[in-house]
Ligand binder design. Structure first.
Ligand code: AMP
Length: 486
């Protein structure tokens, strides 16, 4: 695919920084909504994309959540629909004219919320269609007519099958977080949807990454697109401090509880890889007296919204989440993100930590990394183009807690771990498992006297007794423990 390149247009990030909303050619009713939202200057992706999208261009946008990309496509869509807006109640006067596809319910709802906010001074109608909830109210709303439809692909196809939606008037298609759609296997669905859309249309594709597969998808969807790339979060967020705590798998829970009970971390997302692990960890945190809840794909929409609201309002301190569920969640100014398990796809690390360090604020990304995750850490460092500092937690010591240890099987019989003695690192016979030593020579097991099996299977071993670090938690946090700036 070849992309249009213009020397002065779209403006560079530096030029874009001096553009004002007034200068973007937006209608007064949209500008008013922008002002109500508290935005004073357009973000770089907005400054660059809005004029192009208003001019009807196709765009391939490299931008993630947090860059302001939603307004970058939503405002021009609304503006281009304004002349067609009708106050007539007749459904025929409100056909679907803009279709916005998003990979998850959360993201779809978030985009829908933004569209509604920007459209509040216009007569344009918007709705959101996603799975996991009763289809009938959506069908009724679709039949009454909407100009802007935000949808997840699966549910949209359900509506297509029910003939509750028609696409002959669609003039703009947006694929939001296309890379995630690909990861989630939505491409066949998207191809089916594309076949139903008018060939004459504007298409906008947003993706955090530009893999070959994304480029192939763009080839099918976009016509002479302009390529816009704004700094990826790992580049913009130099304010994020990354730290790895090397910790045995079976000690992760105790360490996490320490961190959360320290008082330093008032609100955080804790990322896990699997849905079961996510629920289990949330329960364990609750049992430890920490306000926590899980958000993952097995939860109903209602549960997810309730949990998210509780987190946003500060009722719960730890939102335990899987990558898919957390994707696209707009949670502002999170001072900490904790990776309880490293993602297997390094780009997911970038997405995860994109929840912190926004708008130049300092953010902290803490990863609890066990020996078996060494390869994933290496891939992440390759993507970040820098090593992540490892904290060895020399004073993190198992408390001799006989009550906690009695009768609990293998964990109870384990010797008390004393981490501070380097000479008692991995004994040759215990180091039988090569995976203890990371390929870059970093010995993840070093801070601990190995006890029991440190292999991944030990994740299911009974939890280690509660431990208390000798050092104050601020020291444990390795310089991360300062109160977040406000
Ligand atoms: P998005 O990347 O579209 O998910 O937007 C991330 C967050 O940035 C949302 O909370 C938006 O309300 C906010 N936002 C979008 N545009 C601007 C802007 N120009 N100024 C300040 N905040 C903005």
């Amino acid at each position: 695919m070849s992309f249009a390149r213009a020397s002065s247009f779209p403006p560079s990030d530096a030029d874009a920084a001096s553009v004002s909303f007034d200068g973007l050619g937006l209608a007064p009713e949209l500008l008013k909504a922008v002002v109500d939202s508290g935005y004073t200057v357009p973000t770089p992706i907005q400054a660059r994309a809005i004029p192009l999208a208003l001019a009807g261009k196709d765009i391939m946008g490299g931008a993630q959540t947090g860059t302001g990309k939603t307004a970058a496509f939503a405002l021009p869509i609304l503006q281009r629909l304004l002349p067609l807006a009708s106050s007539s109640p007749s459904p025929a006067r409100h056909p679907v004219r803009a279709l916005i596809l998003a990979p998850t319910r959360e993201l779809a709802l978030q985009v829908f919320g933004a569209v509604k906010t920007y459209a509040k001074y216009t007569p344009l109608r918007a709705m959101c269609a996603f799975g996991g909830v009763d289809i009938k109210p959506q069908t009724a709303e679709l039949k009454s007519g909407v100009e802007i439809l935000v949808a997840t692909p699966g549910r949209l196809l359900d509506h297509v099958e029910q003939k509750s939606v028609h696409f002959n008037a669609v003039q703009t298609l947006v694929l939001d977080e296309a890379d995630r759609m690909l990861d989630m296997g939505f491409i066949p669905d998207i191809r089916r949807i594309l076949n139903l859309l008018p060939a004459q249309r504007q298409s906008l594709l947003f993706s955090a990454t530009f893999s070959d597969e994304i480029k192939r998808l763009a080839d099918v969807i976009l016509k002479m697109p302009v390529l816009l790339e704004v700094a990826r979060r790992n580049q913009v967020s130099e304010t994020i401090l990354h730290r790895v705590y090397s910790v045995a798998e079976h000690d992760k829970r105790a360490l996490l509880i320490h961190l959360l009970k320290s008082g330093e971390i008032t609100q955080t997302i804790v990322f896990t890889r699997t849905r079961q692990g996510c629920s289990r960890l949330a329960r364990e945190l609750q049992r430890a007296g920490i306000g926590a809840d899980a958000i993952h794909g097995d939860k109903t929409q209602h549960e997810r919204i309730r949990t998210l609201d509780a987190f946003k309002s500060g009722q719960i301190a730890a939102l335990v989440a899987t990558d898919v569920a957390a994707r696209g969640l707009d949670i502002e100014e999170l001072p900490y993100v904790i990776n309880y398990e490293l993602p297997h796809v390094p780009e997911d690390y970038i997405h995860r930590i994109g929840r912190t360090g926004r708008a130049g604020r300092q953010g902290k990304a803490i990863s609890l990394v066990a020996a078996h995750e060494a390869d994933y850490l290496r891939d992440i460092e390759k993507l970040l183009k820098k090593p992540v500092e490892r904290i060895l937690l020399p004073d993190f010591e198992l408390e001799t807690n006989s009550a906690a240890g009695q009768g609990r099987g293998r964990a109870a019989r384990r010797p008390v771990a004393v981490a501070a003695e380097p000479s008692r690192g991995v004994r040759p016979e215990r180091a039988r498992s090569e995976r203890l030593i990371a390929p870059d020579g970093f010995d993840f097991s070093k801070p601990y006297e190995p006890r029991g099996d440190l292999s991944p299977a030990s994740a299911d071993a009974p939890p280690a007794p509660y431990r208390r670090p000798k050092k104050p938690i601020a020291a444990l946090l390795g310089g991360l423990g300062r109160k977040p700036e406000t």
